[in-house]
Write a protein that binds this ligand. Structure first.
Ligand code: E4P
Length: 219
């Protein structure tokens, strides 16, 4: 399973990319707003840090405007990084129209705010490169988010649908394990969860005791 980082925090992206485990980045307007820097400034740097799909979201509401906005975003990214751009499009009829258009023009799309298997199926039919089901928000709402991933994976496998499933809105490390067990293509994980994934108290205790014992024999 590929791992994307779900943040626009450049320090976190830089540090976690240095672990050698990142396959891409997802952002959204809320994550970008937290950085306190301009959209373009942040985005320009992200492309230099991670060589993989980088999702950037449009905020237009009409299909035509989404396509124009997507092209504007792409035009401002240096040519050598453009292969990594995935335009994030909201899941609604206007979004589907935009996905269809962008797909025809060879632009990668990530359909976001997916909360049902039907929405995922429709996004795939329109030609989405990625779909992003938000499992944490479903859990928050009293629905089992992971069940949605199970349904989407079953449907996409039944028909060999090439659209990749990005498990999004991840809240804890078990979400990542469950995503991998279900065969999801990608999990997009906030930095604080990636930091939890890397740690285990028995690892820390083991390192400490090995170092202590090494002190006794090193001379
Ligand atoms: C995914 O691409 C989104 O940026 C993200 O996972 C949303 O997560 P949230 O529900 O924690 O805002």
């Amino acid at each position: 399973m590929k791992l994307f980082i779900d943040t626009a925090d450049l320090n976190e992206i830089k540090e976690i990319a240095s672990w050698g485990i990142l396959d891409g980045v997802t952002t959204n307007p809320t994550l970008l707003a937290k950085c306190g820097r301009s959209f373009q400034e942040v985005v320009d740097e992200i492309f230099t840090l991670v060589d993989g799909p980088i999702s950037l979201e449009v905020v237009s509401e009409k299909a035509e405007e989404m396509v124009v906005e997507a092209k504007q975003i792409i035009s401002k990214i240096p040519q050598k990084y453009r292969k990594n751009i995935a335009i994030k499009i909201p899941m609604n009829p206007e979004g589907l129209k935009a996905v269809k258009r962008l797909c025809k023009e060879g632009v990668k799309t990530n359909v976001t705010l997916i909360f049902s298997a039907n929405q995922a199926l429709l996004a795939a039919k329109a030609g989405a490169t990625f779909v992003s089901p938000f499992i944490g928000r479903l859990d928050d709402n009293g629905q089992e988010g992971m069940q949605l991933i199970e349904e989407i994976m079953e449907i996409f496998c039944n028909y060999d649908i090439p659209t990749e499933v990005i498990v999004a809105s991840i809240r804890h490390p078990i979400h990542v394990i469950e995503s991998a067990r279900l065969g999801a293509d990608i999990a997009t994980v906030p930095p604080e969860i990636l930091r939890k994934m890397v740690k285990h108290p028995l690892t820390d205790a083991g390192i400490k005791s090995f170092l202590k014992d090494w002190e006794k024999i090193k001379k």
